[in-house]
Design a protein around this ligand. Structure first.
Ligand code: ATP
Length: 402
């Protein structure tokens, strides 16, 4: 660009950086300095660097705003989905002192599972159940101990944990639990049919135990995260002398740690197909679960709860309307036998959408039969999202009169 010089004998020349000067050739003319108004650069002359310096911070600011909005929306959805948001990561465990096996008398084997054998015994004069894991199942022992050791894991419908330890030079590991005199629910139902009041007690305690396990609790500065059982079956609930059930065997359970409203699980526990085949929900049998959302674990538990309630009610006198109470059967045993294959179950449960038979004559004259049918259907619904929660199942059972 050119500027107009104050004397006609001068000539103008432009330089870099938007500078211009007037030069003249008369004697001492450079002593006669005139300051001109600074030149404003034209937009086209802005450097790339100045554009970047303006645009990049603005873009970063915009991205930050979008991220904050998304997080706000997601937290809102989580609040709606879970009812409450836990503000901190949950890592509380209760202090369980290690027990010495020499202080426990072992009497006889009560049950033999895949991982452990369960003994009846006596600890300081109190009857107990002792679950002994061989060294090769140390991980299963640690996993179950971790669940039993969670703070606030204290509920009438969950087996009481008395301690844990290792024996025989650390080769075997054991958990000490309250002894349930009737043993597993399965063996109880095989040996006993029951009145409506007894069946309702079994059913209520099962649903209350599961609702408690699934709950996310804060009390006295302690936190119990939600726990998915993962292997609910009539072999993994025991019956006490008072006729109530308590949930046990947390070897396949998943602790849903809750951080800032999001639930997440130990990465080591991402195994969708845990549990006993005939209690697996259709989506787990087929492997169609959303691994990003831990809720499928809770929904799978509720499906299994529906099957357990069915097992309990098939042994109830009143529901048989005066007819003979049928022998206890496992879910789908009538259709597929005692040990069905996964393929058979997928065909029956998932593809044909069959469920255990609820006889038409069940309690025709019995008040509450409508509620019972609804509870079963809503627990084992094909659509996991349509299933009841464990708490809702417990609430509906509470409306039935003993
Ligand atoms: N607290 C208890 N009181 C009485 N009997 C119990 C108790 N705990 C377990 N049992 C009996 O021992 C059996 C096996 O227990 P448990 O299911 O905990 O073992 P497991 O090796 O984890 O079995 P699974 O094969 O289901 O994984 C139960 O089915 C039940 O009969």
């Amino acid at each position: 660009f050119q500027i107009e010089c104050p004397e006609s004998s001068c000539f103008s020349s432009s330089h870099k950086n938007n500078m211009a000067s007037c030069s003249c050739n008369t004697d001492f003319c450079n002593a006669n300095l005139t300051w001109l108004a600074p030149l404003s650069p034209s937009p086209s002359s802005w450097g790339v660097s100045s554009v970047c310096a303006l645009v990049i911070p603005l873009a970063l600011l915009l991205i930050l705003c979008v991220c904050m909005c998304l997080r706000f929306i997601r937290d809102g959805v989580a609040k709606l989905a879970y009812g409450r948001v836990t503000p901190q990561c949950s890592c509380h465990t209760s202090q369980s002192s290690d027990l010495d096996l020499s202080s426990i008398e072992l009497h006889q084997v009560l049950g033999q599972g895949h991982f452990a054998s369960v003994w009846s015994g006596c600890l300081r004069g109190v009857p107990v159940a002792v679950k002994v894991f061989p060294a090769s199942y140390k991980q299963e022992f640690l996993r179950e101990k971790k669940v039993y050791s969670l703070a606030l894991l204290d509920h009438a419908a969950v087996v009481h944990f008395l301690g844990a330890g290792s024996a025989w030079q650390n080769r075997d590991h054991f958990l000490v639990l309250e002894l349930a005199t009737h043993g597993s629910l399965r063996s109880f139902l095989c040996q006993n049919s029951s009145s409506w009041a007894c069946s309702l007690r079994l059913a209520r305690s099962l649903s209350q135990g599961l609702a408690f396990l699934h709950s996310d609790l804060q009390r006295n500065g302690k936190h119990k995260p939600s726990v998915a059982h993962g292997d609910l079956s009539s072999s993994n609930a025991v019956v006490r002398a008072d006729g109530s059930c308590a949930l046990c065997d947390f070897g396949c359970s998943t602790i849903l740690y809750s951080c800032y409203g999001q639930q997440h699980r130990d990465i080591s526990q991402v195994n969708t197909q845990v549990g006993t085949l005939c209690y697996m929900s259709p989506e787990v049998l087929e492997g169609y679960v959303n691994l990003g959302n831990s809720r499928y674990l809770l929904q799978g538990d509720v499906y299994a709860l529906g099957l357990l309630l069915w097992e309990v009610w098939t042994r109830c006198h009143e529901l048989s309307s005066g007819g003979a109470v049928p022998e206890h059967q496992l879910p789908y045993e009538a259709e597929l036998g005692v040990s069905p294959s996964q393929e058979d179950l997928v065909r029956l449960v998932s593809e044909c959408r069959e469920r255990p038979n609820v006889p038409k004559q069940w309690g025709q004259t019995f008040q509450g039969i409508h509620t019972i049918r609804e509870i079963l259907e809503d627990c084992w619904d094909h659509d996991p999202e349509a299933r009841l929660t464990a708490q809702c199942t417990a609430d509906r059972l509470a409306t039935l009169l003993p």
